[in-house]
Write a protein that binds this ligand. Structure first.
Ligand SMILES: [Mg+2]
Length: 228
């Protein structure tokens, strides 16, 4: 019933929440353990990239060959998850303004809610659980599914069709980076750029977002954007 012909797919970092100290530490500890790499990796721009993409970039920065990178790549990602789950109580994550209210309204309106994030799936849910936002998202596409963002968005859409009888009519991808916008466009979704990450409204507009929001507090604008 209701509006399950509308699918909204939310990014996590910079869109729903801010703060990922523990997530960052998971990268640091994992590359130390499996590659003996101690370089400072704080200079990399992680925004909008998937965890496997970031890990690869970090290791390439460390000068490792493709063969060496491949050898422990999956183990390294797995270790990151274990590290994160063990230390998530130290995560400094906070929910961004307006998120909970907006999600409550969308849920009440029976709009389908999914995640599209580069986070590895267990990390995404543990992170959102810290601020009680995990419960809104029964499915999604994650960095643990695909390194390429457009593919994980596609996966989320497929799940919506399979699990919720979604008719693939109105799809909205909500994210804070040009990479979110690009991935959404690639799968034919409408995109909502939210300027709560490291990109401002102009940059998101320039990347081709259909709608721009300073943050997620303007519920009316959001609802109008998705046609409600
Ligand atoms: Mg983001």
């Amino acid at each position: 019933m209701g509006n399950n012909d509308i699918l909204t797919l939310f990014d996590v970092d910079g869109t729903l929440v801010r703060g990922a100290r523990c997530h960052y530490q998971a990268f640091v500890h994992a590359v130390k353990k499996f590659y003996g790499m101690y370089e400072d990796i704080s200079g990399i721009n992680y925004a909008g990239k998937t965890d496997p993409q970031i890990l690869r970039e970090v290791l390439e920065l460390g000068g490792f060959s493709e063969r060496t990178i491949e050898k422990n790549f999956q183990n390294c990602l797995e270790y990151m998850i274990q590290y994160y789950l063990k230390n998530v109580h130290l995560e400094n994550v906070i929910a961004l303004d307006g998120t909970k209210k907006l999600l409550d309204i969308l849920k009440d309106e029976n709009v389908l809610l999914g995640l599209t994030t580069g986070n590895l799936e267990p990390i995404a849910y543990a992170k959102l659980n810290r601020v009680a936002l995990d419960q809104y998202f029964p499915f999604g596409g994650f960095g643990s599914d695909y390194a390429e963002r457009a593919l994980l968005v596609k996966k989320a859409i497929k799940l919506a069709i399979a699990k919720f009888n979604f008719k693939e009519e109105k799809i909205f991808v909500i994210g804070d980076t040009p990479l979110d916008v690009a991935a959404g466009k690639k799968v034919g979704a409408r995109t909502i750029g939210v300027a709560t990450g490291r990109y401002n409204s102009e940059e998101l507009l320039k990347s081709g977002a259909d709608y721009i929001m300073d943050d997620l507090t303007d519920k009316n604008f959001f609802m109008e954007s998705i046609g409600l």
